[in-house]
Write a protein that binds this ligand. Structure first.
Ligand code: AFP
Length: 312
């Protein structure tokens, strides 16, 4: 049968079924599934807010929460009733919030709406989630059980890893997350680079590294959204994203707990690497919630090359 409704009678593999087939532990897969559903609510909220761009006003004339804050509220409220989450740490909250009875298995970290400053430009944005078994004030290597991100773009997609490879799903018109790519594997060397930070604030070693990539013919791909930029490296199967130490911000801009650890988990599971230029991101200890770190993440060749330049 060709395209059309008939295809939906086929044995499609959706997110839930995939996690079951992959042997993801039952509570973990239920939690990931619930977060995937919350992604649909966040997406609906983004659409609703964007109606304002088309001239719609809030009929109650109320001050509306920013999209970051409202996405955070949605996520926190839904996870509160999941039965699997004892603590919630979010880029939008100052402290870790206890949302369960205390006996639940997991701690969730969230960047509920990363790249929200891009919303008005209609570029892709995303949600980043880390799922930890133990205190987040430890190395990701020790505490992380899974990570996922959701992209809100022309399509809505979810990429997850529960430590058994990295997999991509696309939300179809029937509201199902259908498997798009299983066990995504990065090539050891790619051809795109995504360099964050102002060039005039880069340190000399970093500038030389980027110049070497440019000389080698790497194509520039930088949207200003961490989720779509990492997604591009992953889906194009190689390349590098960097947000380095800057003269004005020696620890860079991106948050270790909320942004870097989950992405490092996902990229490592796809055969790539993520470091701060010296040490693996997942080996760095989180000291404070909003701790930042420089990052070099993507194919192994480019990350190793960064190490060599930064060691000079
Ligand atoms: P916003 O959430 O404020 O849009 O910031 C996005 C972000 O944290 C991350 O998604 C980008 O990779 C990075 O900042 C972009 O930073 P620059 O604007 O300095 O390029």
């Amino acid at each position: 049968m060709g395209e059309g409704i008939g295809d939906y009678t086929k044995n499609i593999v959706d997110l839930r079924r995939h996690m079951w087939m992959a042997g993801v532990e039952v509570e973990l897969r239920r939690l990931i599934w619930q977060i995937a559903v919350v992604g649909k609510y966040i997406s609906a909220n983004i659409h609703e807010a964007n109606r304002k761009l088309a001239g719609f006003k809030n009929i109650y004339g109320e001050d509306q929460l920013s999209l970051d804050r409202s996405s955070d509220e949605i996520l926190k409220n839904q996870l509160q009733f999941s039965g699997f989450v004892r603590e919630y740490a979010s880029e939008e909250q100052e402290t870790i919030i206890k949302i369960g009875t205390g006996s639940e298995k997991y701690i969730v970290t969230a960047d509920p709406l990363d790249g929200s400053s891009l919303v008005d430009t209609n570029l892709a944005i995303g949600t980043i989630i880390g799922i930890h078994k133990e205190s987040v004030f430890d190395t990701g290597k020790k505490t992380m059980a899974a990570a996922l991100y959701i992209t809100y773009g022309p399509l809505m997609t979810i990429v997850y890893s529960a430590g058994k490879g990295t997999h991509e799903f696309v939300l179809n018109r029937e509201g199902e997350y259908v498997l798009a790519q299983e066990n995504i594997s990065l090539q050891t060397k790619g051809s795109i680079f995504s360099p964050g930070g102002l060039r005039r604030e880069w340190l000399p070693e970093h500038r030389k590294f980027i110049e070497a990539l440019e000389k080698d013919g790497y194509k520039l791909r930088y949207s200003g959204g961490f989720v779509p930029d990492i997604n591009q490296v992953l889906i194009k199967k190689g390349g590098i994203f960097t947000y380095p130490a800057l003269t004005k911000a020696p620890r860079g801009k991106l948050r270790l707990l909320f942004e870097l650890q989950p992405m490092a988990f996902i990229i490592e599971q796809a055969g790539g690497q993520a470091t701060d230029g010296r040490t693996d991101i997942l080996s760095l200890k989180v000291e404070i919630l909003d701790q930042c770190s420089p990052v070099y993440i993507g194919s192994t060749t480019e990350v190793q090359m960064a190490h060599q330049f930064l060691a000079k």
